[in-house]
Design a protein around this ligand. Structure first.
Ligand code: FES
Ligand SMILES: [Fe+2]
Length: 391
């Protein structure tokens, strides 16, 4: 976070404040078709082209910081194993035993040398090679070298670990996928953070609807009047987009005192929360003193599952520190589960009602317009089903 970059963002936010609480705006109102959130064919195209066809965040570097650390997750119904090898390189595999297909690892953990399949105890090294088959004589003629775990394209940049199901493991470039966002994401040093806790939530809504709730802060003073509006402002927000990913900068109340303080004392984070929209399904929230990540996975057109993790800059060792981070995650989950997602589930039901063909993103919601038009572009829709209202 360079000084000039921080001051540039603060100046933009203060200009909005001085102009009477204005906000960054897009070119026009955007009409987003309701059927994008309910149609089965659209859903299938998204799984194919966005979740298999693009890099997806699997975890953060702090989820697998040391050689031998591993974690598992499902992406588009593919069981994935992410492991850091003895050489320090993070790799991903289909979490599928080459004997009869059981998962060779489950959850998170650390292994000194190998993964042992729980079914018949075949074992695999951290680099995926098959090291031992029990009852070797029963598999005479089966070449161990040809039966390692199936590798997936995987790479690490700025503390983010991506897996690309349809990608080429030999050429995958995680930094290139971050594109223009890489420089500032690298500046936070997330690779040195510690994961304090991960929770999951399953809700009856399309996965994009869950993403949308992080796409604007227009609703904060209304829906979150008593919960997070005392912490963050509702209408003063910046939005910048790279080719695919985008970033919102949301004003916090201490910003209002900055004009009365020496410019040399201004720091960005007490005065702002940064929300990165990472296509296709990840929301990265840099709070004042910690990082929150939402990984949103579809489970049919009308259901999604989110993996929610909190990362702190230092490992919490005292009970007080652990309680502090738990309280932070409690607040995030309480607000999203009891306010945002209740609203979203209601909206999902309204989408099925036939009440309207499209919803509208205002000029004051530019992050939503960029996100949805980007998804349409990546889906290869020549005439996006959502379009600017004036076209
Ligand atoms: S399925 Fe893994 S050892 Fe049999
Ligand atoms: Fe919200």
């Amino acid at each position: 976070m360079t000084r000039s970059w921080q001051l540039g963002l603060l100046d933009r936010m203060l200009a909005h404040r001085q102009a009477g609480n204005t906000t960054d705006v897009g070119e026009d109102v955007y009409r987003n078709r309701v059927d994008k959130y309910v149609r089965a064919d659209r859903y299938e195209a998204e799984v194919e082209k966005l979740f298999r066809g693009l890099p997806v965040l699997a975890c953060m570097t702090p989820d697998v910081p040391n050689p031998g650390d591993y974690m598992t997750l499902d992406i588009a119904d593919v069981p994935v194993l992410v492991a850091r090898g003895e050489d320090g390189v993070v790799r991903a595999f289909r979490n599928v035993c080459r004997h009869r297909g059981a998962c060779v690892a489950d959850g998170r953990g650390h292994t000194d040398k190998t993964f042992m399949c729980p079914y018949h105890a075949w074992s695999y090294r951290l680099d995926g090679t098959l090291v031992a088959m029990t009852h070797r004589a029963g598999f005479a003629g089966v070449d161990k070298k040809e039966h390692g775990l199936a590798p997936l394209a995987c790479g690490e940049a700025a503390g983010f670990v991506f897996v690309h199901l349809d990608g080429d493991p030999a050429t995958f470039d995680a930094a290139a996928w971050l594109g223009g966002a890489e420089t500032e994401l690298t500046s936070f040093g997330f690779q040195n953070y510690f994961r304090t806790e991960t929770r999951t939530t399953v809700r009856e809504m399309n996965w994009k609807l869950m993403f949308d709730t992080f796409g604007e802060v227009y609703h904060v003073e209304h829906l979150h009047r008593t919960t997070i509006h005392p912490l963050i402002q509702s209408n003063n927000a910046l939005y910048d987009a790279w080719e695919t990913h985008g970033r919102m900068v949301v004003a916090r109340w201490p910003l209002n005192d900055y004009p009365d303080q020496p410019r040399d004392d201004w720091d960005l984070l007490p005065a702002a929360t940064l929300v990165y929209h990472m296509v296709p399904n990840t929301v990265v929230i840099q709070q004042v003193d910690h990082l929150e990540i939402y990984q949103i996975f579809p489970d049919g057109p009308n259901r999604c599952k989110a993996i929610v993790s909190l990362y702190a800059p230092e490992e919490p060792v005292t009970d007080k520190a652990k309680a502090y981070w738990k309280k932070n995650l409690d607040l995030l989950m309480q607000v999203t589960e009891t306010e945002d997602f209740v609203m979203c589930e209601q909206i999902q039901r309204s989408f099925a009602s036939g009440a309207q063909e499209y919803i509208q993103f205002g000029r004051n919601e530019p992050g939503l317009t960029h996100y949805h038009s980007t998804l349409d572009r990546l889906l290869g829709l020549e005439s996006p089903v959502g379009d600017l209202a004036t076209r």
